[in-house]
Ligand binder design. Structure first.
Ligand code: ZN
Ligand code: ZN
Ligand code: ZN
Length: 298
């Protein structure tokens, strides 16, 4: 499994372009830019598609033309920009089948957008988009028996009007396992239990709030550390697991301090564009961004 971090930032990204706080000033001075969180798996499956995410793929020189499964965890606008499906409909990929997977509120948002702007119904016969409901406790197979196994588990994030929000336990065709834990507050007990013994090769865990707790249902540095510890204690994470903090905002301290704090939990701080080459049961090989972002070449 190849995991490409298209974005590792919060809803507003880091730096937030409107903000002059020390954390944003540091990010600007060092050229560190984290776009909305989204992850591309094997060029075939995308988890989360906020408005930043398709552009991030373009900036890293990647095509989304081979995408077969679009997976969204909840209907907050930093995770779901339905307009991407309109931009797709103007391309060489327009007629290729695409699974659109998410909780009911996600499918509602996409359906309303397509009805308003394209006069088409999500999932209408003869159209390429195939809606699939993501419901906690009901794993779905994507891409046939040799494809992906996607198991939604409950998040602690918002109410049913945005979901109900789920996190994803994804097993690739090669048996590699990815945990996508974004967005969530401290995990519900049932979710911790559902993840026990999974020995994820890679876990992407949100850490939105840094040292400034109290913003929505998210993790801060303290609850993040406790969450990672709980997942290590029950075998969801094991010695070879690569754990990466994502959904990072300016509520966090500047990078070197943040890296030091995360390292105390054995967690990596990686830049947007990082590629992880994952073989089941072994430590992922981490490569720096595969290209210079196109926009920085001038
Ligand atoms: Zn979010
Ligand atoms: Zn700021
Ligand atoms: Zn959210």
């Amino acid at each position: 499994m190849r995991v490409t971090l298209l974005g590792t930032g919060s809803a507003d990204g880091w730096p937030n372009p409107w903000c002059d706080c020390p954390s944003c000033a540091w990010a600007r001075e060092t050229g560190t830019c984290r776009a909305q969180t989204g992850v591309l798996v094997d060029d075939a499956l995308l988890i989360d598609a906020g408005p930043d995410v398709p552009r991030s793929a373009a900036r890293f020189g990647l095509s989304l033309g081979q995408l077969r499964h679009l997976v969204v965890g909840h209907a907050h606008p930093d995770h779901l920009g339905p307009e991407a499906l309109m931009w797709r409909s103007w391309t060489t990929a327009a007629d290729r089948p695409l699974d659109v997977v998410g909780p009911p509120a996600v499918l509602d948002v996409i359906g309303a957008f397509l009805a308003r702007w394209e006069g088409r119904e999500l999932g209408a016969p003869g159209t390429p988009l195939r809606p699939l409901a993501a419901v906690a406790g009901r794993p779905v197979r994507l891409g046939g028996p040799d494809g992906y196994l996607l198991a939604p588990v409950p998040a602690a994030h918002g109410d049913s009007s945005i979901g109900p929000a789920v996190l994803y336990d994804l097993t690739g065709p090669d048996g590699a396992r990815l945990l996508y834990a974004c967005d969530t507050g401290p995990l519900p007990a049932g979710t911790v239990d559902a993840l026990a013994g999974r020995a994820f090769d890679v876990a992407l865990v949100e850490e939105n709030n840094g040292d400034r707790p109290g913003f929505g249902e998210h993790l801060d540095l303290e609850t993040f550390a406790a969450t990672v510890a709980a997942l290590r204690a029950n075998g969801a994470l094991v010695d070879h697991s690569t754990v990466v903090a994502v959904h990072l905002s300016h509520r966090n301290p500047p990078g070197p301090e943040l890296a030091r704090r995360l390292a105390a939990s054995g967690v990596d701080l990686l830049p947007d564009g990082t590629v992880l080459d994952v073989t089941a049961g072994t430590r992922a090989v981490v490569a720096r961004p595969r290209t210079t972002p196109v926009g920085q070449r001038g």
